[in-house]
Write a protein that binds this ligand. Structure first.
Ligand SMILES: *Cc1c(COP(=O)(O)O)cnc(C)c1O
Length: 468
């Protein structure tokens, strides 16, 4: 064995203690760090001829990057829809690396852990047992996987096994949606449908929710054509939901494939007051739910749920590799997901679900919604700002009360000022043609103190902005 490998093996205890201390030091100051990573340029290191061993590498890392680490996972990252990581989720992620077991094999503990975690998540979201699920790397891959199964279904309607014979029979297929997430369109690019296959139907006035009458009209005109409908349970700008119950009724009549992107909107199921937003979602054929957002586990985790395991197997099976066994006989997640060798990415979720249970998650979700509503109220009552949509769940979408032609520049300046303050991160957007700002609350750490601190900063920065 290489001498450095031998040395580190002998010092595993001392070294991991040091890494633990380093981790704790980081986590204990996370909310004091600037939220947004500052842009940084480094002279690139060369591959060392002789390595430096584990301990010196930690020191070298800290010297090089320690000052550039941001509190991305802290209480005031309100950009995009960014979750944090609960303490047990961090432990689960660390242990996933410690065990480094492949969650691809049959009859193993990793398989059991994933199956058990999926069952717990089904309970958390109130999904029927008819849905099976598996972990993938993020909601983009969950959308990809759901739409890959949908593609297989489309082919079957036309008497073609797309996984075997390819896409030829599906040329000119339309995928219907209203405000799809960009990752859905990206998935169409990856799946061979092409981005142009997406047909966006109109929304209700002042909403990001599909106009059901327009959808029904389209379905009537295309009766008998196999179709995929992608519904949103939570748009990123205003967390609007398509009327899933109405879409479920149309599905009964017109028989399309229904994929629901519920990346973070699924968490409405955790709180009785908001569960109605998801009424009808159990009629879906496939559902995307992210884990590294509102479930608050580290990056690299989302779930795809579906009722169509046979189509899923047809799509993702490793066929004809004797050493991998018979996909039809041996249940292995690797025959149901894009990845073959698989990180045990269910484990952080398992830890966090066991640690906090349904009540803990209801508290996280409730608290985030409450804070979003409070910020929405503050904005609505303040003349400097203009709330662009009601706060439906966890996102506040607003702009500045300046002349239309100044809105772009003013929102840009405010976002930059907030970034530079280090105290909070929000993201720019355009909502119904209006340059706007979004603040998303999905982190378990966020409290009313954070809201007070940010509101003060927002008012100060906005006052400075109008003086200029
Ligand atoms: C974040 C998000 C996605 C993509 O998720 P990743 O985890 O970034 O791959 C898809 N759909 C919606 C609605 C999202 O909010």
């Amino acid at each position: 064995m290489n001498q450095l490998l031998r040395q580190d093996l002998n010092q595993v205890d001392a070294f991991l203690q040091e890494v633990k201390d380093y981790s704790v030091a980081f986590l204990s100051k996370i909310d004091a760090l600037p939220v947004k990573s500052a842009s940084a340029e480094f002279e690139r290191l060369e591959l060392p001829r002789k390595g430096m061993g584990a301990r010196s590498t930690l020191l070298q890392f800290n010297e090089r990057y320690g000052q550039h680490l941001a509190g991305n996972s802290g209480a005031r990252n309100w950009g995009f829809v960014t979750g944090g990581a609960t303490v047990p989720a961090i432990a689960g992620d660390w242990l996933t690396a410690v065990f480094d077991m492949n969650a691809a094999d049959k009859d193993t503990a990793p398989l059991q852990i994933e199956t058990e975690t999926i069952a717990m998540l089904r309970q958390l979201f109130g999904l029927p047992e008819a849905f099976s699920g598996c972990f993938v790397t993020g909601a983009t891959m969950a959308n990809f996987t759901g739409l890959a199964i949908a593609r297989q279904w489309l082919g079957r309607q036309l008497g073609v096994d797309v996984a075997q014979e390819g896409m030829a029979a599906l040329a000119n297929t339309r995928i219907i949606s209203c405000i799809p997430h960009s990752s859905t369109v990206k998935s169409l690019a990856m799946l061979g449908f092409g981005r142009n296959a997406m047909l966006k139907l109109s929304s209700l006035p002042d909403r990001e929710s599909i106009d059901i009458a327009v959808l029904e009209d389209y379905l009537k005109k295309h009766q008998g054509e196999p179709l995929i409908v992608v519904a949103s349970a939570g748009t990123v700008n205003t967390v609007d939901f398509d009327d899933l119950a109405a879409i479920a009724r149309l599905k009964k009549e017109y028989g399309f494939w229904l994929h629901i992107d519920a990346a973070f909107g699924a968490f409405a199921a955790c709180v009785p007051e908001y569960r109605h937003l998801l009424n009808g979602w159990d009629a879906a054929d496939s559902i995307t739910i992210d884990a590294h957002k509102w479930l608050n586990v580290p990056y690299d985790a989302a779930m795809i749920f579906t009722r169509h395991t046979q189509l899923q197997l047809d799509t993702f099976k490793n066929a004809g590799a004797a050493y991998l066994g018979d996909p039809a006989k041996d249940f292995k997640y690797s025959n149901y997901t894009p990845e073959n060798s698989r990180r045990l990415r269910a484990l952080p979720a398992w830890y966090s679900l066991m640690a906090y249970g349904a009540e803990g998650y209801a508290d996280i979700v409730n608290n985030n919604i409450e804070l979003a509503r409070q910020l929405g109220e503050l904005i609505r009552e303040n003349d400097a700002f203009h709330l662009l949509a009601p706060v439906r769940l966890c996102v506040v979408c607003f702009t500045l009360n300046v002349a239309d032609e100044e809105k772009q520049a003013a929102t840009d300046v405010l976002i930059k000022a907030l970034d530079d303050s280090g105290k909070v991160m929000m993201t720019p957007t355009v909502y119904q043609g209006v340059p706007a700002i979004r603040a998303a609350f999905v982190n378990w750490r966020t409290t009313e103190n954070d809201l007070a601190l940010v509101w003060k900063e927002m008012k100060q920065q906005t006052a400075a902005l109008t003086v200029k």
